[in-house]
Design a binder for this molecule. Structure first.
Ligand code: NI
Length: 393
């Protein structure tokens, strides 16, 4: 890391302990998607204590702050998500969740803290900026249809030139930042299948239509999509994650239910997946005299990073931190509703590393022992400040 203190570095150093205190506050008081009322109130009140921000509440549990400098320039939107997950925390830390069954197990507590820190710093140094910075504190990233889409519909990106977001990321080592142009995160789609057979005595299979035997063939044949039908160089996941049917050892059930997920990186591939899944299900059930129902639900769009905005962010981060910190991000089949912003304006999403083997911070996102290296809060905050300075100085 470059040790010549940049403006961003010295400003962030002044708020670092506050970043950790904010993160711990949110971690203690997690709230589920669309229910982030206390969180949004706390964010609103904190933002109101900073100079010169125009605040609004586009939805009940979201907050937007505008820093309008009055000097002509670009409009940059920075985004943090604020919701937690229905998980019982197993970390034994002083700031563990006080809300049983709910936990910040994805790092959104850190996102909220980092964007608060960025708003504090930039509002105090507004004289060094032109244009506008818009701080988006978003609700409900974890629950489809997601809060981002609602905020876009509410017009929070009106007039915005570029939107930038980051995720504190277990797949990246602490004190590294991973950037990537083009496809970064997958579209997470969901499917539901029912195989409708004809139940009866298990000793007389010839008189029944066995949905378990047929369903097993459906599962096997769906796997052919990944191995035989999609280009092996293209990331594609199809997982059947539930298979339920039957009640007794001597009864063939009337039906079997399944569901699962499909992860892809393009709209065309999503449509193809839905169409070919149904072809397979229809072919196998009809061959065996069964029937089916099939529902394919599209989740978030894939996170596809804009080339120009990504390059601008990469250059800002390289100038701030140097080559030892900034690396190329690895694609993930996880999804993110940040894509809703990218469908409205050019944007980029990057990963700020939190994995730290020495500190035992090794558990994955959405795990009851998930944690983040708090040293990464300053790094992520500094990244946002450096990007804003690069675009608006
Ligand atoms: Ni997340």
């Amino acid at each position: 890391m470059k040790e010549t203190a940049t403006r961003a570095a010295s400003w962030v150093a002044e708020v670092e302990s506050q970043l950790i205190a904010w993160r711990r506050h949110f971690h203690r008081h997690p709230e589920l998607s669309f229910q982030e009322e206390q969180t949004a109130n706390y964010v609103y009140d904190t933002l109101a204590s900073f100079p010169g921000l125009e605040l609004s509440r586009p939805t009940k549990t979201s907050v937007v702050a505008r820093l309008v400098t009055g000097r002509p320039g670009k409009v940059l939107a920075l985004r943090a998500d604020m919701d937690a997950l229905p998980i019982d925390e197993e970390n034994e830390v002083e700031f563990a969740s006080q809300n049983p069954g709910v936990m910040h197990a994805c790092g959104h507590d850190g996102h909220t803290a980092m964007l608060l820190g960025t708003a504090k710093i930039l509002s105090e140094h507004r004289d060094e900026l032109s244009g506008e910075v818009r701080f988006i504190f978003q609700h409900a990233e974890e629950l489809i249809p997601g809060g981002a889409r609602e905020l876009v519909e509410q017009g929070v990106l009106d007039g915005v030139d570029a939107v930038v977001g980051q995720h504190l990321w277990q797949g990246t080592a602490s004190q590294k930042i991973a950037v990537r142009a083009d496809a970064l995160m997958a579209a997470p789609d969901t499917f539901y299948i029912t195989i409708l057979g004809r139940g009866g005595h298990a000793a007389q299979p010839h008189l029944n239509v066995d949905p378990i035997a047929i369903g097993a063939q459906v599962v096997t044949n769906l796997q052919h999509m990944a191995s035989r039908m999609v280009d092996p160089l293209e990331p594609f996941v199809l997982s059947v994650t539930k298979f339920v049917g039957g009640t007794a050892d001597n009864v063939i059930p009337g039906s079997v239910e399944m569901c699962g997920t499909v992860r892809t990186f393009s709209e065309e591939r999503r449509d193809y997946a839905a169409e070919w899944m149904e072809n397979i299900i229809r072919g196998i059930t009809s061959a065996h005299g069964a029937n089916y129902t099939f529902r394919y639900e599209k989740g978030y769009s894939p996170v596809i990073n804009d080339e120009a905005v990504t390059e601008l962010v990469r250059q800002a981060l390289l100038a701030e931190f140097g080559e030892e910190v900034v690396e190329e991000a690895v694609q993930t089949m996880g999804g993110e509703d940040f894509s809703a912003y990218q469908s409205a304006v050019p944007g980029t999403f990057f990963f700020t590393g939190i994995r730290n083997d020495e500190k035992g911070i090794v558990y994955p996102h959405h795990h009851p022992r998930f944690d983040l290296d708090e040293d990464s809060l300053a790094l992520g905050c500094r990244a946002f400040v450096a990007i804003a300075l690069q675009m608006l100085a």
